[in-house]
Design a protein around this ligand. Sequence first.
Ligand code: SF4
Length: 284
Amino acid sequence: MTMKVIVAEKSGFCQGVKNAISTAETILASEPGPIYSLGPIIHNKEVVGQLKKAGLIMANSVEQIQTGTVIIRSHGAVPEHIAELKQRGLKIVDATCILVKRLQTIAKELQEADYKVVIIGDENHPEIRAVMGCARDVIVVADEKDLHKLPKNTKLGVVCQTTESPDHVSAMLGAIAKVGFRELKVINTLCKEAVKRQKSAVKLCKQVDIMFVLGDLESANTRRLAELCKKYNKQTFHLQNWNELDKNIFSGKNIAGVTAGASTPEWIIAEFVENLAAFDDSAL
Ligand code: SF4
């Protein structure tokens, strides 16, 4: 029997990711090279692999780059690193998403206005590492276990990683308020594109027998989608592509839902949906 497949209303590439890829393609076609990206230009191995074939060199640190052009990825980069590259005479092309830039600017402004900057997010994620480089003494809290890091009786200026979910942010704000503060200023830095994908994924996962979330395992927004869907549908699977799928999990399932993170290319979604719709589990 074949499966009915429903794709989430909102899924796949966001504007920030599209912009980073088209910037890289334009630079690769027009600049003499070598052309680097500081870290993966987006969190998707397939896209990074295609750009590598077209000539983009991925550097993991500024020390690896001596000449040419450097593209700053959608997650941004630490200002000190950008300054160092400029000082060496390298050409910088900034493909940081405008919403990530906005978060960086807000963190800096809060710090200049004497707030202790608190970011709700993952301190190991490149977006947050870049923001930490924009303001001094930033405190990053991923969950309630991290709240011991917060000073008491202080002016707290709270922002969040762009791809957090509104539910997690509101729960964290409630918990932060209980820690005690002199003043609490909260600025919403969530990305509307990521939130739209979360809402449509949650809506869909409640209607299906099995839910697939497509995207790189490193992608924070894809991981967030999978985490949310798992909450409402235990039969949720985060996969990078069709080849990773264990077909035995289809047994007894009639309707499948598919969504994808903001860095997952359309062709991966289309290939997955096409194969899923054509798959006959009676062959198992
Ligand atoms: S998910 Fe949002 S913040 Fe992240 S790159 Fe896309 S548009 Fe920008």
